[in-house]
Design a protein around this ligand. Structure first.
Ligand code: ARG
Length: 458
């Protein structure tokens, strides 16, 4: 006697705080729409297969549809004593239409039911995530198009390395996101499988039609093994992994945005609408949104590690441990959706300080490779050219000047191969322009790259 849907073999009830520990309704209520959809498909199939009578199917469907309307209006009152979304809805259904509601669970278990809900839920959400990735890609393209000929220092080791087109730098994130998009897209074929009809683990004695319920739910195929159907959480791990890797990309970008908006760099200004102030220091404008995205990457890694760890030791088939698949999945979804939306706005509205970038790239040694290449092109072995250039850089450092400030006589101290034409070669514009190699930073290549990116967005 426990008053539970499964209470028949129990002599006493658990205390409320024990029920509370086991309940998932606090978070799995987010699956309400999918749970009702799954039930409607299941009962329709039971009717088609002659397992339930037409009037029973009609009564159950009618009840479920009423619950759906209430769910859409946020009018359902879920109770912890009813444990999870499945039992809450079943209780509401029988309260609404009477004992016939109890026939809904024929030939089904909560194990295939919850797996079905998760598949339905993720299938929809991944599509939304992909659309948000594309909006961010478009914002990146827009900024890049405006900055093809904006010269900027390119870095390695966070030390000035070689001059680049700022668009080239920005577009790097386009391609990272393109791969993220591919990963999410490819994952759909592993989400798009119906576990419904697997029962608790072994299938069912009722003459059900799994392909029919799958079709009604829009799934492309069904699991071929009922144990696998209720035990598989790979598709959730994959979602968490794709989300975590995408957050690694956004976090790198966020870190650059934070650096670029410092007084030390000043390469960009973030729009006021994506910045915050300080409660004590009136001058402050902080890149909080970018910092939060960098910070939130951590929780998505945690969610991935969490689920991998939950799964590693559990025997087949369903174990209650698997209820732990949900909170991390909801959290990662919520985090990546928020991060993508914020990022899109932040990138679209930021101001690129072209003059600061221009000055930066004209006041550094990022053209040193050009001098080495110039000497090598004149026949000097590259290693020697590297050495000669390094020595000239050292001369400049001692005198507090840059390579372009050296007189031809100074240069000739390094090598007699150096002629007047060296000044053209050392100009940062020339350094960028001449990098025609495929995928390089040359303006022509960046334009080709942008065309390819735009074609992908058509
Ligand atoms: N709330 C459960 C979960 O999320 C539903 C499945 C329960 N199945 C069971 N046999 N206890 O995993």
């Amino acid at each position: 006697m426990s008053g539970k849907a499964w209470g028949g073999r129990f002599q006493k009830s658990a205390e409320a705080w024990v029920d509370e520990f086991g309940a998932s309704i606090g978070f799995d209520q987010q699956l309400v729409t999918e749970d009702i959809e799954g039930s409607i498909a299941h009962v329709t199939m039971l009717g088609e297969c002659g397992i339930l009578k037409a009037d029973e199917v009609e009564a159950i469907k009618g009840g479920l549809e009423q619950l759906k309307i209430k769910a859409d209006h946020n009018e359902l009152k879920f109770k912890v004593e009813n444990e999870d979304i499945h039992l809450n809805l079943e209780k509401m259904l029988t309260d609404l239409i009477g004992p016939v509601g109890g026939k809904l669970h024929t030939g089904r278990s909560r194990n295939d039911q919850v797996a079905t809900d998760m598949h339905l839920f993720l299938k929809k959400r991944v599509v939304e995530v992909i659309a948000l990735i594309e909006s961010l890609q478009d914002a990146i393209i827009a900024q890049a198009e405006d900055n093809v000929e904006t010269l900027a220092p390119g870095y390695t080791h966070l030390q000035r390395a070689q001059p680049i087109s700022f668009a080239h730098h920005l577009m790097t994130y386009f391609w990272m996101l393109e791969r993220d998009k591919q990963r999410f897209t490819e994952s759909v074929k592993r989400i798009d499988i119906s576990p419904l009809g697997a029962g608790a683990l072994a299938g069912t004695t009722f003459p059900i039609d799994r392909e029919l319920s799958a079709k009604l739910l829009g799934f492309s195929t069904v699991y071929q093994n009922s144990i696998d159907a209720v035990s598989d959480r790979d598709f959730i791990v994959e979602f968490l992994s794709n989300g975590a890797l995408m957050m690694a990309h956004l976090s790198r970008f966020a870190e650059e945005i934070i650096l670029w908006s410092t007084d030390e760099f000043k390469f960009i200004d973030l729009d006021d609408s994506f910045s915050t102030g300080s409660s004590i220091m009136p001058q402050k404008k902080n890149p909080d949104m970018a910092e939060l995205i960098r910070g939130k990457a951590g929780r998505t890694y945690g969610n991935l590690m969490g689920l991998l760890t939950v799964l590693k030791g559990i025997p087949l088939a369903y174990n209650k441990d698997m209820q732990e698949d949900k909170e991390g999945m909801f959290d990662t979804l919520h985090t990546i959706v928020g991060a993508l939306k914020i990022f899109e706005g932040m990138v679209r509205t930021m101001t690129v300080n072209k003059n600061v970038l221009h000055t930066a790239v004209h006041n550094d040694f990022s053209n040193a490779t050009e001098l080495a290449d110039y000497l090598a092109a004149k026949g000097m072995p590259f290693r020697e050219a590297h050495e000669v250039t390094g020595k000239l850089v050292f001369t400049c450092i001692k005198r507090g000047i840059y390579l372009l400030d050296l007189t031809l006589a100074d240069m000739k101290e390094g090598s007699n191969l150096i002629e007047e034409d060296v000044y053209e070669v050392l100009a940062p514009e020339a350094a960028v322009k001449r990098r025609h190699s495929l995928g390089g930073t040359g303006f022509d290549q960046v334009k080709i790259q942008l065309d390819k990116a735009k074609a992908l967005r058509k």
